[in-house]
Ligand binder design. Structure first.
Ligand code: PMP
Ligand code: GLU
Length: 391
């Protein structure tokens, strides 16, 4: 039998994507389910972005582009980093890739040698450990506390640091917990990164989805020194409801950006030409759709959080960003996969088991679904909980 590469050994497919596919397959069969599993906005991509894509197609913008992205998009990204994050990159420090996931993949490939440790907080986004392993690195998960909204502290990083620690991944607002770091916490982490010579990958894909008037801080904006040790990752998937376009990007020190560019030139060649035009329209166009979507997400957050809080046995952690609620369900005495399966089969509600994020006893609920659907899902769970109690 053909033997697969050692690299692939033990690699699992993305649980979040698998669960979403399962929920969609049930829906296709005509089974009414409430999808709290989705990791993407349910809003349509704003019309002006779609129109820009169609225009690009009709104008025949259908050839290879420069590997790291078209110059006008890279300029727009430079402007975005300046305007929103107070970071001054030059266009040569920007690489546009096929989604933020691809930016992360590329960065880890150019940064990690075999055995290098890459540290991040747990619970974590499903893909971090696998992306690190694929790069030959060793994922090191530092546990975080529910009563500190699962934010990684300088102390916890220090506790898990070893001389082999090379990279620190930060994610604010975070998936799956919705936690948002404040300025002071990030400054403390930046200090430590400099002290310990760590390279920081800051995943800021949920930057625009932030609630309660909180502000997003980019760690690379804290000074020249930390900027020189940070790659800032972002993209258009979440903010502009453009997950299928597959455009993400990073701003990084020149040497790293050039290495990422070289790697990309031998893999995808370039991100899709039409998607780049779409991303250009998104970043340079009217931003009111983004604000409106964020406002609607905040209303849904309140509805789902308050609803879950009132259900017996469920203890949701209130998120301040992204579109997920991480919820303690340990009181049911089932594994998170068992509970997610029973919710799906018996309550017709799709969620993601916490074990995929390194946290047994929790489920992730996405509120990228309408307020009506949220109410329906809450009713279904309430009924299930009532029956469960009778067993
Ligand atoms: N980082 C985090 C934390 C995410 O949740 C996602 C969502 N898929 C990504 C990165 C990647 O986003 P995309 O590849 O769609 O740009
Ligand atoms: N990031 C989203 C999620 O966590 C989308 C799926 C994925 O890319 O893993 O559900």
């Amino acid at each position: 039998m053909l033997r697969l590469s050692d690299r692939l050994e033990g690699l699992s497919s993305s649980l979040t994507l698998d669960m979403t596919a399962r929920a969609n397959a049930l829906k296709k069969k005509g089974i009414e389910i409430v999808n709290f599993a989705a990791g993407e906005p349910d809003f349509p991509t704003p019309p002006f972005i779609r129109q820009a894509t169609v225009r690009a197609l009709e104008e025949g913008f259908t050839r290879y582009t420069p590997s790291t992205g078209i110059p006008e998009l890279k300029e727009a990204i430079v402007d975005k980093f300046k305007r929103d994050n107070q970071i001054s990159y030059t266009p040569s420090q920007i690489v546009v890739s096929c989604g933020a996931k691809h930016s992360l993949y590329n960065l880890l490939q150019v940064l990690c040698n075999k055995g290098d440790e890459v540290l991040f907080g747990s619970p974590y986004w499903v893909s971090y450990p696998e992306l690190v392993r694929l790069a030959g690195g060793i994922p090191v998960m530092a546990p975080t506390e529910a009563n500190h909204s699962f934010r990684l502290t300088r102390k916890e990083i220090e506790r898990h640091w070893t001389p082999k620690t090379k990279v620190l991944i930060l994610n604010s607002p975070a998936n799956p917990t919705g936690s948002v770091y404040d300025k002071k916490e990030l400054e403390e982490i930046a200090d430590l990164a400099l002290l310990r010579n760590l390279f920081v990958i800051s995943d800021e894909i949920y930057e625009k989805l932030i609630f309660d008037g909180k502000k997003h801080y980019a760690i690379a904006s804290f000074g020249k020194e930390i900027m020189e040790r940070t790659a800032t990752v972002n993209g258009v998937s979440k903010a502009y409801a453009m997950t299928g376009f597959r455009i993400g990007y990073c701003g990084a020190p020149l040497e790293i950006a050039e290495a990422v560019g070289k790697l990309q030139s031998h893999s995808t060649s370039n991100p899709t030409s039409l998607s780049q035009k779409a991303a250009l329209a998104a970043l340079t166009g009217d931003q009111s759709d983004v604000t409106q979507m964020a406002r609607e997400f905040e209303k849904r957050r309140d509805r789902l959080y308050n609803g879950l809080k009132d259900l017996q046995g469920l203890k949701p952690i209130r998120p301040e960003g992204a579109f997920y609620i991480f919820c303690d369900v340990s009181s049911f005495g089932l594994s998170s996969s068992e509970l997610a399966n029973r919710f799906l089969d018996e309550a017709r509600v799709a969620t993601i088991p916490g074990e995929g994020f390194g946290m047994e006893g929790y489920l992730r609920f996405s509120f990228a679904t309408s307020q009506e659907k949220i109410d329906e899902g809450l009713r279904n769970i309430a009924q299930w909980v009532k029956q469960f109690d009778r067993h």
